[in-house]
Design a protein around this ligand. Sequence first.
Ligand code: AMP
Length: 285
Amino acid sequence: MRLIRSIQEMQKCSLGLRSTGKIIGFVPTMGALHEGHLSLLRYAKKNADIAVMSIFINPTQFGPKEDFKKYPRPFEKDCEMAENYGCDVLFSPDPEAMYPDAFITYVSVEHLSDILEGAIRPGHFKGVATIVLKLFNIVMPNLAVFGQKDAQQAIILRKMAVDLNLLVTLVVLPTCREPDGLAMSSRNAYLTDEERRDAPIIYRGLCNAADDFSRGEVVTEKLVKSIQSVYMPSTVLKTEYIAIVDVETLAPVDRISNKVLVAVACKTIQTNTRLIDNLVLGGSL
Ligand code: AMP
């Protein structure tokens, strides 16, 4: 595995690969790698000639009161995992090179970025869209792989790719879960034992809604209530939102007739850890 820190060197490497007709598969991450990230890497490896992973904790997608400083940075272990799972090139640039003092250009995917996660984390998706477009311009992938775990992010990035005519195919893969159903996340490391014990109810609530839907319930208010009934008894988790929305426009849906995204966000009371999860009913993302 080749580790590249310099933007220019990464661009040179990608131009070289593209000029010889190699297909570049790309997995952008913020590190603290887990099986979720590795599943994306495996897909890139299988469906491209060269698998490039980036590790960059993007400061512009964190709010001033968020966990940018304490976000886990086990870089050596990440390098080892990436290499063991077939990563060919690991790109990990310095923040100062990605965002020099004179940096003033941002990408804003309007409307989709202001709701759900965007309503709670103002500016988050502007940071995400900006860094992903920058990484695309540096890595020049043919194929980029994202996780359904961050469904709104995937929907926003797809819209950016369409609107800005990007020559990259975006692939969204299913959420990897712990055996008890909790969606894998680098932030799960923040949880106390008690919070970790309760956290699987997040997915259990989603599964309740999926069961009701498969039995014919299409009224979203009823599905939301069914999820709430699972979350309500918890003294460890607080619900931030439970939303059932159109998978493309993220507009609220009253009765399900097309594919919908059921998106939930909870916050733990002891460590203030935000946990998000989702399911798509009536299809996939
Ligand atoms: P992150 O490092 O959290 O920015 O995530 C990097 C990529 O991994 C994003 O496309 C995420 O959606 C994806 N990802 C994170 N957690 C999971 C998971 N549990 N299963 C599948 N993909 C995931």
